[in-house]
Design a protein around this ligand. Sequence first.
Ligand SMILES: [Zn+2]
Length: 255
Amino acid sequence: MPISLRPTARAATHLALGYSGSPLAFGKWLLVIAVIVLGLGLGMPDLQAASGLGLPRCKPQKALEFLKRPSFVRKGRLDGHGNDRALRFRVEHYGRIEGMPFAELNHEKAHAQAVTAHFFGLPISIHRAVEPALRCVERRIRASCRDSHERYKPHAIGGFREQNTYRGGEVSNHLFGIAIDIDPDKNPCCGCVDPWPTHPACQAVGKELFERTALPPCWVDSFERYGFYWLGRDPQLRDTMHFEFLGDPERVVSR
Ligand SMILES: [Zn+2]
């Protein structure tokens, strides 16, 4: 349908475009402009999200406090009540794990909800509810960690795991598929069992947090922006390779 404009407005617009013609042709020009604007938007995350091209509209959120390990493990002692609360939430939202408490709360296994995602081109098995959050993180990193000291290229990543790596009642978030490890050789877990503490990055007493890892702060900020918790901040573990999604899985993207 031709676009109806008052003659003066149409004349002014035609002048700006250096164009004169029928209203129908003018409509085509508007279409061309819309396509150009949309094309420019592809380079900008917010416009990209708003353009409805099947990409997620990322919603920033903080990790939930009660899910963070230091809220239920203090000075190496497990708070049973706090641990149960965090475990219950994870089973309810991500699925049950055979042989672990609260399995009766969810008929679906966590591992049955694994999808293969890609993070910086590397394949990773991860829970389907968290996969959009990981995409949001990668998009944020690509858009904002561009200075030379902020660049980092991952070589080895890990997600879903079926063996628990904690003892004493804790359940690893790798069993729920909501954790990702990045380059263990460069980003050690200084508070884990041997051989990790012997890693050169863990040696000096009183080392600053970012001296224990090759990951730039900008990368950590990007994960934290979308509900991930960096286990490098855990005062006991200092597990700098490890990020886990502790946000609300219902709020990862706008619907
Ligand atoms: Zn890990």
